[in-house]
Design a protein around this ligand. Structure first.
Ligand SMILES: Cc1cc2nc3c(=O)[nH]c(=O)nc-3n(C[C@H](O)[C@H](O)[C@H](O)COP(=O)(O)OP(=O)(O)OC[C@H]3O[C@@H](n4cnc5c(N)ncnc54)[C@H](O)[C@@H]3O)c2cc1C
Length: 294
């Protein structure tokens, strides 16, 4: 890890070329894989973040939380005493001693940790930097018959259409699909073009080698601020302690990923415990038992 972070920092695209790998390896595998891992089709991301993403991929492979992305926060919340977490409460302002909400009044407290995305954090904590973001569009289709690619993630190295990567997600987690159906989820990076569903459907026909005209569109989800951009030089340990009693965490303080968000949360929790004078080390989380390899 230290060796990796000691390398000169440039963009991921420049680093790929500078390392002298064969063009086939770069264009046929590394470029599309990194685009998918970083949600960054132009690979303008810091080469250090790209190296960390490749390292995590090589060591841990890919996985999906069974039941959807919210399974992870639900599992974390279950470890807390009942009633600790309140959802559906919008915070409108914070100070070191109070949290003001839109509809539930003011909560007094000993410390505040703002754990939102970058833009919401900057609204609550004026002066906080708002990064650029990579937009992501995910198109979900269902069909009766699963294409024969198993649980593999398909990357489009040829850039022959809008889809950057796609997978038969129901082969990894059947609970995400309508009963007895196949779910194919496909990701478009960058701004989606006009009639994205038709363009995606045609592209999927070529990628999977099956007719897709009769596939049913379940949903098209566009998130303009999906992942904070991490251009070089990128600080992977952005401060989480703003002042005693006021802290911030999230993917924008670390790396733009679930791992980054979790890691920054851990750093913030350690800072809060230290400031409160609580002499307790943070325990290590057990591996998530329901994650399945993709
Ligand atoms: C389509 C898509 C695909 C992705 N795929 C991957 C992937 O495969 N792997 C990966 O590692 N990352 C992926 N990411 C990125 C990943 O989801 C984020 O990096 C991660 O969720 C960031 O976590 P966070 O806790 O910082 O913020 P969030 O997950 O955004 O959580 C912030 C929370 O704060 C709440 N909130 C905001 N404002 C307020 C307020 N005023 N009051 C109360 N609550 C508030 C929000 O409702 C939200 O629940 C993807 C993102 C998208 C959009």
């Amino acid at each position: 890890m230290e060796r990796l972070l000691a390398r000169p920092e440039t963009t991921a695209a420049e680093a790929l070329v500078a390392r002298g790998l064969p063009a086939r390896t770069i264009d046929g595998f590394l470029r599309p894989l990194l685009s998918a891992l970083l949600c960054d089709p132009e690979l303008t991301t810091s080469s250090r973040c790209a190296d960390l993403a490749l390292r995590a991929f090589a060591r841990g492979r890919l996985c999906l939380p069974e039941g959807g992305a919210e399974a992870l926060p639900r599992q974390l919340a279950r470890a807390l005493p009942p009633g600790t977490v309140h959802t559906g409460v919008r915070v409108t302002s914070v100070s070191t001693t109070s949290v003001t909400t839109a509809e539930h009044g003011v909560f007094r407290c000993g410390a505040v940790l703002v754990a939102t995305g970058a833009r919401a954090a900057a609204e609550l904590l004026p002066g906080l930097r708002v990064p650029d973001f990579h937009p992501v569009t995910v198109v979900h289709h269902t069909t009766d018959e699963a294409p024969a690619t198993g649980a593999s993630l398909l990357l489009d190295a040829d850039r022959g259409g809008p889809v950057a990567h796609t997978a038969v997600v129901s082969r990894v987690d059947p609970s995400r699909a309508p009963a007895g159906r196949t779910l194919v989820s496909s990701t478009v990076l960058g701004p989606p073009g006009p009639d994205v569903d038709t363009a995606v459907r045609m592209h999927l026909g070529r990628l999977y080698g099956v007719p897709t005209e009769r596939w049913e569109t379940l949903g098209v989800r566009h998130t303009a601020e999906a992942v904070p951009a991490m251009r070089p030089p990128h600080d992977l340990r952005r401060a989480v302690r703003l002042l005693a009693g006021l802290y911030v965490c999230g993917d924008h303080r670390d790396s733009g990923s679930v791992q980054g968000a979790l890691h920054s949360g851990r750093r913030a929790a350690a800072a809060i415990l230290a400031d409160l004078g609580v002499d307790r080390s943070l325990h290590s989380a057990e591996p998530v038992p329901t994650a399945r390899a993709a």
